[in-house]
Design a protein around this ligand. Structure first.
Ligand code: N0T
Length: 521
């Protein structure tokens, strides 16, 4: 209409990460957004691979695809840039209504510079590598070399400059500088250059921030000195790359971490030293103020380990984003436990049909059968994505995943209500101890909409809501509606009553979302 066209088009706001009073939100198009992610395999960053990418990403129903952009691909010759893959990626993602998280594979890709251009990774003199305590040269670039920082930063600045002009639609919502940075095989760089820095004073900000005595690294941090030293310098390097990139185009940026065992960690170097592992999150926070969050890559199948990792990364000063997780069936249910930590997103890794499998981390074979639980996850949550993201930014999301041997779990919802989640029980009347599912596969999600109103969903689980205390009274459902959201508005489909509510709210592999209004009598 004339009125509509005479209005100047509202520019789409730049995605933004906000943190306040220990609550976090990723704003996309100005509102809290939940990343229902799908990360492609490492070498799927070429146009030739994209036909194998889209069917898998669309099958699981992701709203965001996570794709590498390699330094070797954008700057094959020093100073000559080629962003044609990025342009193709943006076009094809937009055609499918997908957002994008870009992964900058550069100085560090799983510790090494294999994705750096040949002119970088083959020039040891200009771009020196880490040297271990025995003098062995490792395939991990030293964070102490100014030339490496300068070259990486220059390329990243070009990338962000290109993106700013190529993406007024804000298809790209977040950027990951580097990938699992740090070093395998040595706790730090022992080259003469690094040693000189190590023998000098530890930085004031770090010493003060951690409440340690001033002095050399060893004096300040004792046996942790070597690892803190490497973490600090890797983080400072990446923070400077990030800062320069944000000066071109201020997208949210995060760093992902290869984890150490949460209960029985090996020595640094056996796990990736210098990366943002759980023991050096404070070092990273002090070293890298431009990095919005530190994200775990979780390839641990055990419930205790997985939930401990998400506990440690969900902090008042760190929003939880599971940047990578295994694409095998047992990982799928942890999506709900992750949401229960007010996460901004979650993304299984290796979501494409290129026939690569990173088993034993992920599934042996990737096909519709192995991806079905991931499709169910996103099918359940996607219509309510904005509602859940908003609730997460206010701490109103409760979620849990089944743990083998623990067929009953309690979720404390608010002052008035709790929920008991049981696994493996029939949907009808049932007495006795729940057996649990044959393979732990259940999960539940409860979002507070009001003091007596909840959005409830789940899979392979029964959700029974009950009063938190006797003073609340006896519970009765005012109304249980199955429905969905369209454009943020609840769309009623049917009322659940009778068998469907008499024995709790039973979730199967059906895509069912409930709005539950409670009352007392
Ligand atoms: C991940 C992925 C990709 C059992 C592995 C995980 C991705 C990188 N690395 O497929 O390479 O780019 O971020 C490393 C986990 C090692 C744990 C081994 C112990």
């Amino acid at each position: 209409t004339a009125t509509a066209s005479s209005q100047p088009a509202k520019p789409t706001p730049i995605p933004q990460f906000v943190s306040k009073d220990g609550r976090h939100a990723l704003l996309v198009d100005g509102e809290p957004f939940l990343i229902l992610g799908a990360q492609v395999n490492n070498s799927s960053n070429y146009e030739a691979a994209l036909p194998q990418v889209w069917p898998a990403v669309e099958y699981v129903g992701a709203n965001t695809v996570m794709v590498p952009v390699a330094w070797e691909q954008v700057e094959p010759k020093e100073g000559q840039f080629d962003f044609s893959f990025l342009d193709t990626l943006l076009k094809q993602a937009r055609e499918r209504d997908l957002r994008v998280v870009l992964l900058w594979f550069a100085t560090w890709k799983n510790n090494g510079p294999n994705y750096a251009p040949a002119w970088v990774k083959l020039d040891n003199a200009r771009f020196p590598r880490v040297i271990d305590p025995n003098g062995k040269v490792l395939n991990s670039l030293s964070p102490h070399a100014p030339a490496t920082l300068e070259a990486d930063r220059k390329a990243f600045v070009q990338l962000m400059r290109h993106l700013r002009q190529a993406d007024p639609q804000r298809t790209v919502i977040m950027v990951q500088p580097e990938n699992e940075p740090g070093t395998y095989g040595s706790v730090r760089d022992f080259s003469p250059l690094a040693q000189k820095v190590f023998d000098g004073p530890a930085p004031d900000a770090l010493v003060k921030g951690l409440g340690k005595p001033a002095g050399t690294w060893r004096e300040a941090f004792g046996k942790d000195a070597d690892e803190y030293f490497h973490a600090w310098h890797v983080a400072r390097f990446i923070d400077q790359v990030t800062q320069a990139g944000k000066a071109e185009y201020p997208l949210p940026m995060y760093v992902n971490a290869a984890l150490r065992d949460p209960f029985h960690p090996d020595l640094p170097g056996q796990y990736e030293s210098g990366g943002a592992t759980d023991n050096v999150l404070d070092v990273w926070k002090l070293a890298a103020p431009h990095i919005d969050l530190l994200a775990p890559d979780i390839y641990m199948r055990e419930h205790e380990k997985y939930t401990t990792v998400i506990d440690r990364y969900a902090r008042a000063d760190n929003a939880l984003f599971v940047a990578e997780t295994g694409n095998d069936v047992p990982y799928a249910r942890y999506f709900f436990a992750t949401l229960g930590h007010q996460a901004i997103g979650w993304s299984p890794f290796g979501i494409d049909y290129t026939k690569y499998s990173n088993w034993p981390l992920g599934a042996k074979r990737i096909n519709e059968e192995s991806l079905a639980p991931f499709k169910l996850n996103y099918g359940l949550v996607k219509p309510a994505m904005r509602v859940i993201a908003k609730a997460a930014s206010e701490g109103r999301v409760h979620g849990t995943a089944e743990r083998a041997g623990e067929p009953e779990q309690l979720l404390k919802l608010n002052d008035r209500w709790n929920a008991t989640i049981t696994y493996g029980v029939p949907q009808f009347w049932y007495q006795g101890k729940p057996p649990g599912n044959p393979e732990a596969s259940g999960a539940a999600l409860v979002v507070e909409l009001g003091p007596d109103e909840f959005l409830v969903t789940g899979m392979h689980a029964r959700v029974t809501i009950h009063p938190a205390s006797e003073s609340v009274g006896q519970m009765i459902y005012d109304r249980v509606e199955e429905g969905t959201y369209a454009d943020g508005q609840w769309q009623f489909q049917r009322v659940w009553n009778g068998d469907q509510t008499d024995y709790g709210l039973n979730f199967s592999s059906a895509t069912q979302l409930l709005r539950v209004k409670l009352a007392t009598y």
